[in-house]
Design a protein around this ligand. Structure first.
Ligand code: PSU
Ligand code: MN
Length: 303
């Protein structure tokens, strides 16, 4: 059984031991509007290459799990409508039934592990939503981090989430949350959430060494690296707070639930910030891609 199809560039990187950075595709299909989503997908791939690694964007297309996409496939995905948003629960079903779907953080981690890829860059992970004590809305991303050995570089948890509860679940699940180069936990569009981060590291080398140490010790699961958005691109917390409150209220008014919640909130915040949230999102994903490439390169020198 062929579990996944590597692109020619990924097959070559696997054969040569070139560092590889996994990239998700839900950010393309459900996280940003066309055509910016395509431009960003291409730009992030170029950022990974410029930093000396090979990008592996993941997606299920017509029943095949692709590890690394061609430019034509990226374009198809960026324009496609009604693409499924795949997580741990539904990726296998999508493949088995010949479907097409974009990978979330959880599904991208599963694909990365299959392909022997240890490092993954994204924007923000899913987490515990505000009001989760009533809705039980907790992203499968958190449980994936607990069991799949991939280091995920994100800009912290999105400010649309309940960040204290997200940190509590990660702690319960034994996931190291490591802020890069600072003491407090970044909050996606803002450099700080106002909360201390559980761990801090200041170099890609230290992050790679910690990843290798967990594997050597047989500790399952990955690491979450919280890399703050570059200063010039951030939107401060005070500006965002009322916007997030409004978007969250609108989601409730429109009875948005389940998988629809995160895409709805991102779109609504895009509208309410008149596009500023997207500019910030692009800057932070690119910043994460660069750090992930450095970590993947460091890991290559350790093994
Ligand atoms: N970050 C973004 N845009 C996104 C997401 C994250 O900037 O679209 C996606 C990721 O794929 C993440 C998913 O895994 O949202 C979480 O969705 P949920 O909360 O439904 O688990
Ligand atoms: Mn959810």
């Amino acid at each position: 059984m062929t579990l996944y199809t590597p692109s020619p560039a990924i097959a070559a990187a696997q054969a040569n031991g070139t560092p590889i950075v996994a990239l998700e595709s839900t950010i393309i299909t459900h996280g940003m509007p066309y055509p910016q989503n395509l431009e960003v997908a291409r730009q992030v791939e170029a950022d990974v290459r410029a930093a000396g690694a090979e990008p592996a964007t993941m997606a299920v297309m017509d029943g095949t799990l692709h590890v690394g996409l061609s430019d034509t496939q990226l374009e198809t995905l960026a324009q496609a409508r009604d693409v499924a948003k795949l997580s741990r629960a539904d990726m296998a079903a999508c493949i088995a039934t010949g479907g097409t779907g974009a990978t979330t953080v959880a599904a991208t981690m599963i694909a990365a592990r299959l392909a022997g890829i240890h490092v993954f860059a994204t924007g923000g992970i899913g987490g515990v939503h505000k009001g989760a004590e009533g809705s039980f809305d907790i992203s499968a991303d958190l449980l994936e981090l607990a069991q799949t050995p991939v280091t995920v570089v994100a800009a912290g948890a999105k400010a649309i989430l309940d960040i204290p509860k997200t940190l509590e679940v990660l702690e319960t699940q034994g996931v190291p949350v490591i802020a890069f180069g600072r003491d407090d936990m970044p909050a996606f569009w803002s450099r700080s959430s106002g909360l201390p981060a559980p761990l801090r590291m200041d170099s890609a080398h230290a992050i790679a060494a910690a990843h290798a140490q967990r594997i050597a010790m047989g500790i399952p699961g990955g690491q979450l690296i919280a890399n703050p958005i570059p200063t010039e691109a951030e939107i401060d917390r005070a500006t965002l707070a009322p916007i997030i409150a409004r978007a969250t209220q609108d989601a409730a008014t429109h009875n948005i639930t389940g998988k629809g919640v995160t895409p709805y909130l991102l779109q609504r915040i895009f509208e309410l910030t008149e596009g500023r949230s997207l500019t910030a999102n692009i800057a932070l994903v690119r910043n994460n891609a660069r750090l992930a490439a450095e970590i993947a390169t460091e890991l290559g020198t350790l093994s």
